[in-house]
Ligand binder design. Structure first.
Ligand SMILES: Nc1ncnc2c1ncn2[C@@H]1O[C@H](COP(=O)(O)OP(=O)(O)OP(=O)(O)O)[C@@H](O)[C@H]1O
Ligand SMILES: [Mg+2]
Length: 313
């Protein structure tokens, strides 16, 4: 089966002075019918990658195929295959909720009766039928995002791109949205998404790519990514005392994989098995420890280990 999305050595340099290399050559396959996550710190190149797949951004090099179609030579056909929703609400503010969906269908060439039918079906399905006549400005963030999702799939695309669809939503709206995304996948839609919520990506995605500075640092199933990073706990300590001395105290301590400076102290990457965590804590305790946070091995710690950064930093 051909991948739903296929990137080969895709590069993007934004011209300007100085030019910005947003993608330095990324290759990945999104298997059809999966939810695929792109994770990366700010400026990693995620939105650029989605822009290229959805024909909004023209790549500087490499090949991108969606549903087997080359985005560079078959842009019009690709647009029928892709649905897009991003963090920003891009609903037409001068139209009601139902008209936003209806005119999207019409734009994609659906006859009027079918467009009306499709609009009704989606409003029902996404539990927004009672707000059909509302204007976008009257909707909460979660509801507006649901309308955007309905609109994004109204023309029956084969791949749905969601760029931080849940940013800024309250936890309940976030869960509701991920729930919908899971259902859509169950119906055969392929979904490519970006998010800053690691735990959610872990649960939702079949595969993930961790991206930084326009490159893929790791790619695989959430399980593979967690294992590859060799189960690592992250200990963040705030210190009032001498950081250099605290660092020295950690030299040669069994289980310590890496020590990084942070604003308030140190970040220590440690193998949690074999008493690594208590050993580290007792060593740094002598250096005027003012605060301590232990993050158990997870996708988040894999991410920190690979990029040296928190996703939300
Ligand atoms: N239109 C543009 N012109 C110039 N530079 C751009 C443009 N769009 C993005 N960039 C730059 O390209 C790099 C990648 O940006 P991109 O928006 O793809 O990252 P991102 O991973 O989506 O980040 P975020 O998590 O903040 O949304 C950044 O350095 C950004 O400043
Ligand atoms: Mg972005």
């Amino acid at each position: 089966m051909i991948p739903a999305v296929e990137l080969r050595d895709v590069r993007k340099v934004y011209q300007g002075s100085p030019p910005v290399t947003a993608l330095a050559g990324i290759s990945l396959d999104v298997p059809s019918g999966t939810i695929y996550g792109l994770l990366g710190p700010n400026g990693a190149g995620k939105t650029t990658a989605i822009g290229i797949c959805t024909t909004k951004v023209r790549a500087t090099g490499g090949t991108t195929r969606v549903a087997g179609l080359d985005v560079a030579t078959d842009a019009v056909a690709v647009r029928r295959h892709v649905g897009v929703a991003s963090q920003a609400i891009t609903l037409d503010r001068s139209c009601s909720v139902s008209d936003n969906v209806y005119y999207h269908c019409r734009y994609f060439g659906m006859p009027a009766a079918e467009s009306r039918h499709r609009t009704e079906e989606l409003l029902d399905r996404f539990l927004i039928a009672d707000r059909r006549d509302a204007m976008p400005s009257q909707l909460s963030g979660g509801l507006a995002q649901r309308v955007q999702l309905a609109r994004a799939i109204a023309h029956r695309p084969s791949v749905l791109f969601l760029d931080e669809p849940t940013a800024g939503l309250d936890p309940q709206s976030r869960l509701a949205l991920w729930d919908l995304v899971g259902t859509l996948r169950g119906e055969g839609l392929t979904v490519v998404l970006t998010t800053h919520y690691m735990e959610e990506a872990d649960k939702l995605c079949q595969r993930l790519a961790i991206v930084d500075h326009g490159r893929i640092l790791a790619e695989g199933t959430p399980e593979q990514l967690k294992q590859e990073s060799g189960s690592t706990a992250v200990i963040d300590v705030a210190l009032a005392g001498d950081r250099v001395a605290a660092r020295a105290a950690l030299d040669g301590v069994v289980g310590v994989r890496d020590v990084q400076d942070t604003e308030r102290g140190l970040r220590i990457l440690v193998a949690p098995e074999g008493g690594g965590v208590p050993r580290v804590v007792s060593r740094v305790a002598e250096h005027h420890l003012t605060d301590l946070k232990v993050v158990e091995p997870s996708l988040e710690t894999a991410f920190i280990r690979l990029t040296g950064r928190d996703l939300r930093e």
